[in-house]
Design a protein around this ligand. Structure first.
Ligand SMILES: NC(=O)c1ccc[n+]([C@@H]2O[C@H](COP(=O)([O-])OP(=O)(O)OC[C@H]3O[C@@H](n4cnc5c(N)ncnc54)[C@H](OP(=O)(O)O)[C@@H]3O)[C@@H](O)[C@H]2O)c1
Length: 322
């Protein structure tokens, strides 16, 4: 089968299409023919070893010293089941499924995934491209808003980077939780962020929200551009700064603010669990979450796709048509 192979860390060009053996499912695994798989900011970070300050060594320890130990990246997919192991009971050959594979392997024509992992039947109303575009951003932002930030009805929340993969689903989730949502994005994405439900939109090209005197219960930075010292005055007295991309300094702030009853910094690593995919699938069924795809690429355009993602300005998801 064809797969995108990344044997060493580096620029987009290190990702190459190669023929490798098709995986064989074990008794508790499912073989999926992949139809669509996004190139996520997570894939780009691992491929380029472009991780927040202080995390290079631990990333190499986890993922491989010279290059990714698992050379097929890609953590999200949508596709059709080709074969199921003997002990798989909830899925059958031919089922349309979508999900997330924490241990990578989605940028390939076929993948195997355990039945108990984050795999579900694809919502019928979504195409494969659409289904693949949602889990990465939606599951991460669900964890951040529901569990880390404990967002409540009526709270004021600001989402920095509201048009990216995490941000565009964060806006929709925060609205679902009943918050008053302010999205921050660049000029060209103002209309999009409004269209997915933001009550207010701030164009960061013209306005610095930290200087306009407004305050929020939660500020969720999906970009990695905000500093606690810079936006402390924009938080209410018990406000929380959620950081999706945090380095050593920011984790120090997480620790130091955790002991006080006042403003806090919260960050963490999100693992993609089946329960969270179920929660996201229910919100899709109820029309609380809609897919946003900025651009699609053929598998053969993987280098262009990575360049697009590395640019840091993608809209929603960049989806590979496998
Ligand atoms: N903690 C975790 O477990 C976890 C999980 C997943 C992802 N992440 C991290 O979350 C981050 C975001 O991921 P993503 O997939 O959402 O990225 P993305 O899709 O590339 O989105 C980045 C967004 O940042 C915006 N942006 C760029 N410069 C900005 C600025 N100066 N001010 C405000 N917005 C700006 C861009 O909007 P414009 O085009 O409008 O500028 C774009 O919408 C990545 O660093 C990723 O590693 C963390």
């Amino acid at each position: 089968m064809k797969a995108v192979i990344t044997k060493k860390y580096g620029p987009p060009e290190v990702a190459m299409i190669q023929e490798i053996d098709k995986p064989v499912p074990k008794e508790n695994e499912i073989l999926v023919k992949v139809i669509a798989a996004p190139v996520t900011s997570g894939d780009a970070r691992i491929r380029g070893l472009n991780v927040p300050f202080g995390f290079k060594f631990i990333t190499k320890l986890m993922f491989g010293f010279k290059g990714p130990k698992k050379p097929v990246l890609g953590v999200v997919f949508s596709g059709i089941i080709e074969q199921v192991g003997d002990k798989v009971s909830g899925f059958s050959k031919g089922d349309a499924v979508f999900g997330s594979k924490e241990d990578f392997g989605c940028h390939a024509e076929y993948l195997v995934i355990k039945e108990k992992a984050a795999i579900l039947h694809k919502p019928e109303k979504l195409s494969h491209d659409e289904a693949a575009s949602i889990p990465f951003g939606a599951m991460t932002s669900l964890k951040y808003l529901r569990d880390f930030g404990k967002v409540k009805k009526g709270q004021k929340i600001l989402i920095n980077g509201a048009s990216g993969a995490l941000g565009i689903y964060a806006v929709q989730l925060a609205k679902y939780f009943g918050a008053e949502v302010t999205g921050v994005c660049s000029t060209s994405n103002v209309g999009l962020v409004k269209s997915v439900g933001a009550d207010h939109v701030i164009d960061y090209k013209t306005t610095d929200f930290t200087k306009n005197g407004d305050t929020y219960d939660i500020i969720y930075d999906t970009v990695g551009k905000l500093d606690f010292s810079k936006c402390r005055d924009s938080l209410n007295s018990k406000g929380v700064l959620l950081l999706a991309a945090a380095g050593i300094k920011e984790y120090g702030q997480v620790l130091s603010t955790s002991f006080s009853g006042a403003k806090k910094v919260v960050a963490g690593v999100v693992l993609f669990k089946k329960e969270d995919l179920k929660a996201v699938a229910e919100l899709i069924e109820q029309d609380h979450i809609k897919p946003v795809i900025g651009q699609t690429f053929e598998l053969s355009e993987i280098v262009e796709a990575y360049k697009h993602v590395d640019g840091g300005h993608k809209v929603g998801s960049a989806v590979l048509k496998v």
